[in-house]
Design a protein around this ligand. Sequence first.
Ligand code: PMP
Length: 449
Amino acid sequence: MNNADFIERDLRTIWHPCTQMKDHEWLPMIPIRRGEGVWLEDFDGKRYLDAISSWWVNLFGHANPRTNAAVKAQIDQLEHVIMAGFSHEPALKLSERLVQLTPNGLSRCFFADNGSSAVEVALKMSFHYWHNHGRNNKRRFITLSNSYHGETLGALAVGDVELYKQTYAPLLMDVITVPSPDCYTRAAGETCEEHSSRMFEHMEKTLSEHADEVCAVIVEPLVQCAGNMRMYHPIYLERLREACSRYQVHLIADEVATGFGRTGTLFACEQAGISPDFMCLSKGLTGGYLPLSVTMTSDEIYSAFYDDYQNLRAFLHSHSFTGNPLGCAAALATLDIFAEDNVIENNRSLARAMSDALTELNQHPQVAEVRQTGMIAAVELVADKTTRRAYPWQERRGLRVYQHALQRGVLLRPLGNVVYFMPPYVITEDQINFLAEVAREGIGLAVAD
Ligand code: PMP
């Protein structure tokens, strides 16, 4: 089968995610036959450098021999088992290691099978904790503007990306949205730290007014990924942790995208030296191999549910594939690679190479900002550099970068007018330079008229 044959059959049966399917009348989809390292290969034999880690999940390359071996060994042992009333070794080992690796106090692992579900679990657990303590007035959540936490209705409600949310507004619970500490909006002459710290005043005010009715504040630590890779300073998380404790409101850290080394530390929360009450993990958890997620929390929260069955305080939430053994085996292999290969340290030089390769784009007349946190770098395109006037979304400028990159053998998938790089950690410095070159060309074409 070649690309054309594949696409014809594909378009007859598959409804692809996050896609206006009519676009495929003129925008070819890319059927992938195999992957190896940073490369994906289509059915015509063309290769693409996966600069976005296949939606931010892949850490150590496609078809990584070590992860492959771990999953293959597990499949002969046990492919799946119900996690209620039963358990298995990969989940046990993974839980013990996650408790060791995550910030202090996160001592309990509740598994699910995708990032949105991990968020749903955290929201429900937080609400239920207060309910079990007789605090029945606590039923709302505070979220940041421009945040993203997934697509299921609860996760969508606590997010704030209009494009995904607006249509479903009538179905969504009412949340309190506080302005984001996003440093892109800082005043001229203000440092990122000053800006993020100043923006905390909004949160402080909201907490002081609403703490009695609020279960939790949910944030993406340091980088609002789906919200155009907007970044903020760890000082905000420090202040938020302190205030949440003071106001008796939980802190949910959604590290689905930022976890596992993306921001330069194993978890973004480390950079603020904080422990959240809930931490949601998925994506890189399995090295990008299999759908798995975990919501971690404290013994204190766990104990609010621990009671005689008749008292009906248990957390009766489940998914069929909760804690799947193959996913857990892939996750254990991923943690082994972190431990054995000095990944966080090596990523520092890769991050430096990304920064060096992109620095020239700062001078570009249509680039408002090049920003970076660890292994996430983003280039914000604007119609007017002085006023930072954005290009109208209808012009789909980022899509032109996407199309150019595909021609050059790179998978870059801009978010609106923001071109970003979130490559697997096995990328080389030469490949980073190649990515930057393709991005520069693509941006040149995208802003040409
Ligand atoms: N939270 C964050 C911060 C995310 O970036 C995402 C996915 N992009 C999710 C939650 C949802 O994860 P999933 O797509 O696995 O449901």
